[in-house]
Design a protein. Structure first.
Lengths: 273, 277
């Protein structure tokens, strides 16, 4: 059943986002064609720069659209009229959330892939070859410094990226789920929750900034922190691993909390009125 | 960590550079301005189809004529190892300063060699077809001329360039004569305790008639408020390993010959067509 859910969502996303991704690649192709007429005239420079700007805007729009459509599909599919059908299926709330999450993330990655393909199209030829050479050289230098840790770093950062993407989407699901608790102005409340989360983050950061010097007045804390910095300076690779894992853990915890609350609300407090 | 930071920054710059590339022409320019060390010993460089061979460092100490009409923003050469991609030449290569004569390709390259403990040393490379000429000049070099650096402004775009200006033979003769005569306590000043009240001064360097070579001796010509000229430098005393500093007074009858050094036309303008490449 979950498979069918995913398939249905996939088709829905595909209809909306695939044309956008094709447009991005098409604009990249246009940019490459413009380069065929390269000369030193100001007309060419204007046209070329315009095509570059257009490509960048298209990439940004595609990314934003992927994200926004993911959120809209979640709301429409589970908390609007369509929700009556969705929640009548023999599928748990957890499976619903996973289905939406997986498909959203798939298409966000798909948009990133489209942008990557577009970049290749735009630099097709000698420029593209030189870019790959340069990228390969930098990667080689990096791996020469960190050896097998490079592979581990890649895996860690890929996981961080995926978990952060999931966490971001789940945060939106969380806001929408809280918003649907009321009968009126659900979207407004959802935005309010999102704004509240942002403010909460700012407050926590401010508290940290204010209390930081207070804590640092303590010799014990200062010594402890200095010890950590000294250790990190001596064991840089390990320190980066630890920082990456801590980041991954933090993102995972946030994602879990958002998921849990969303699932609970969907199971216990569903309000489709 | 520094290397990793450098690598990450190179990667980010690469991404930005990829957006700014106009197209193949810009890539061709990058390739044209990139030289390659032919081997690990860095004895030879290949640039624009020419091979440049290393010449002894100390022979060509200091500036060469590359500073003539050099517009730094436009001329940017780098030399890298063979395996460094052209897009990373600025990050992983050595920036080269080079001279400009009446030819499209530079004759002499100056590559700073950043040595760990001793700072940087300039390493000179000469185009292989000019090497014999350069060696012949080196065999016969006479550093009996003097030059100072003159700032010039490129008119259309107001870029600042620096030109080596050789002083006239008459002025050079006055300086040579003053330096050659023994120290006269009656007229000369002791730099340990005295300092001429000069209104302006000019730094001079030794050079040859081609403005090609120089040495590491710095001279200073100072003009006092009373119109006297002094030459500041160092000389070795007889039977002494140390150098003595001095302020030698120029003979009053020769003062007028040094006026060219303090001409009011210190800053000249020129148009790019006059630049010698």
């Amino acid at each position: 059943m979950v498979g069918k859910l995913i398939k249905y969502d996939f088709q829905s996303f595909f209809r909306l986002l695939f044309p956008v991704q094709l447009i991005v690649i098409g604009i990249a192709g246009l940019n490459r064609i413009v380069q065929i007429f390269e000369n030193g005239t100001s007309t060419y420079k204007t046209v070329f720069i315009s095509s570059i700007v257009l490509l960048v805007i298209a990439c940004v729009v595609a990314l934003v659209m992927s994200y926004v459509i993911g959120i809209i599909r979640f709301y429409q599919g589970l908390y609007s009229g369509e929700g009556y059908l969705s929640h009548s299926l023999p599928v748990t709330s957890t499976q619903h959330i996973w289905s939406k999450l997986i498909v959203s993330m798939l298409f966000e990655c798909g948009t990133l892939l489209a942008i990557f393909i577009a970049a290749n199209v735009a630099t097709l030829g000698e420029v593209g070859v030189e870019l790959y050479k340069a990228g390969g050289y930098v990667a080689k230098e990096l791996f020469a410094q960190v050896h097998f840790n490079g592979v581990v770093f890649l895996i860690e950062w890929l996981l961080i990226f995926l978990v952060a993407m999931a966490s971001s989407l789940l945060m939106m699901y969380f806001c929408i789920s809280i918003g649907q608790l009321v009968n009126r102005k659900k979207i407004l409340l959802a935005f309010g929750v999102l704004f509240g989360l942002y403010i909460l983050g700012q407050i926590l950061a401010t508290i940290l900034i204010i209390l930081g010097p207070v804590f640092l007045n303590s010799d014990a804390i200062r010594t402890f922190l200095q010890g950590i910095f000294d250790w990190a300076a001596e064991h840089r690779i390990a320190a980066i691993h630890i920082a990456s894992l801590l980041t991954l853990l933090a993102q995972s915890v946030l994602a879990f909390v958002y998921f849990l609350v969303t699932e609970r609300i969907m199971t216990k407090r569903l309000n489709l009125s | 960590m520094k290397k990793i930071s450098k690598i990450v920054i190179s990667l980010l710059l690469l991404v930005l550079l990829s957006l700014s590339l106009v197209g193949c022409k810009q890539l061709d320019d990058l390739k044209n301005n990139r030289g390659i060390y032919l081997d690990e010993s860095k004895e030879e460089i290949e640039l624009r189809g020419h091979v440049y061979e290393k010449v002894l460092e100390r022979i060509m100490y200091g500036n060469t004529e590359w500073e003539t009409y050099l517009i730094a923003d436009e001329w940017s050469l780098t030399v890298t190892d063979k395996d460094v991609p052209v897009l990373l030449a600025n990050s992983y290569g050595d920036t080269v300063r080079y001279n400009s004569r009446d030819e499209e390709d530079p004759v002499i390259l100056c590559v700073p060699d950043y040595r760990e403990n001793n700072g940087s040393v300039n390493v000179f490379y000469c185009r292989s077809d000019y090497l014999d000429t350069l060696k012949a000049k080196l065999d016969n070099v006479e550093l009996d001329q003097f030059y100072y650096t003159k700032m010039m402004i490129s008119e259309p775009d107001n870029k600042v360039v620096y030109k080596k200006q050789r002083i006239s033979e008459k002025a050079a003769e006055v300086i040579r004569k003053t330096l050659a005569r023994p120290n006269d306590p009656a007229t000369d000043l002791d730099p340990q305790t005295e300092y001429p009240d000069y209104a302006s001064f000019k730094d001079l360097r030794y050079t040859d008639k081609d403005l090609l070579f120089t040495n590491d001796i710095n001279l200073e010509v100072g003009k006092t408020n009373t119109g006297d000229y002094y030459i500041y430098g160092a000389y070795s005393k007889e039977s002494s390993m140390t150098e003595e500093l001095y302020w030698k007074k120029v003979a009053p009858e020769d003062n007028a010959l040094l006026d060219e050094l303090f001409s009011s036309d210190f800053v000249e303008t020129f148009v790019p067509e006059d630049v010698i490449h």
